[in-house]
Design a protein around this ligand. Sequence first.
Ligand SMILES: *Cc1c(COP(=O)(O)O)cnc(C)c1O
Length: 351
Amino acid sequence: MGWEENVRRVVPYTPGEQPDFADMIKLNTNENPYPPSKRVQACAQTAKTERLRLYPPPAADALTNALAKSYGVKREQVFVGVGSDDVLAMAFLTFFNADKPVLFPDITYSFYDVWAELFRIPYECQPLDEELRIVKEDYCRPNGGIVFPNPNAPTGVELPLDEIEEIVARNRDVVVIVDEAYVDFGTRSALELIRKYDNLLVVQTFSKSRSLAGLRIGYAFGSEKLIRCLNDVKYSFNSYTMNRPSIELGVAALADEAYFRETTAKIIATRERTKKRLAALGFSFADSKANFLFVTHPDYAAKDLFEALKEQHIYVRYFAKPRIDRYLRITIGTDEQMDALIGFFKRYMNK
Ligand SMILES: *Cc1c(COP(=O)(O)O)cnc(C)c1O
């Protein structure tokens, strides 16, 4: 009997590669191709380091207040964390504590089963249909909680708000988490439902639509009671998670609504243009509402395309998993970056 028998063993989440070549085109982790708002730069230049000797405010008040104001909710309905991964992990730990299984799609964000395993939460995956859609009826059976992204990842497929409401309404005895990491690229948020349903938690992030993956800011909206429960668990784990610079720079980013609208609109326009060009090359894909496309080609293996792209320092994401190993997930970059990608496909396919 050694200590190794009592170790908490986990198969960790595999994040996308973070290569570092000057000439690379990085379309593999759904980062934003545009820089953060100029207000973030300005704020960083005037930052006062003297205050770094003090712990940060545990509730990240300035950011919590700014989010509450910006989204028209009470500050007691806002929770912030170190990226939405931190928010989601805390939410799993707080709300998924039943003997019945937590439900999520079989093809979805691959962190959910990792947290479930880590926290020893029973779970059951519900298969997406042929068109890669979430089937709402699958979430109306006995369960210990529900979580899904909207739009879903890595498919980009949106679940209409009335179907989300039906899932939340038919599961009043558990918490339903809607992970809205990509909601700003053209999906209607479930935020408006939190007034009506105290069992709904809506999670969002600055990583994608606000070009701040490097800062690590995530947040959640829910009923005051739900947020109180989340904070109780967070303060029992690590009170000072969000550092002072992140709080200040996050407030600066949130204040620049015009830049946020401009850059998300540009990404949506590039996405729609890219859809047409990929379709013309014979790719097929579901109608993504996110800042990525999940594509497959009848004549070319996804893994071969992935490797060939990588040789050119064009990085996309390939998942060697059942049901999705014929697909590539391609992040929407700038128009120029997508032109380079399309140019590569044309050469590769001799078109
Ligand atoms: C990117 C992503 C997240 C995590 O983002 P953070 O950088 O931790 O805020 C959460 N959920 C989904 C579905 C994502 O794609």
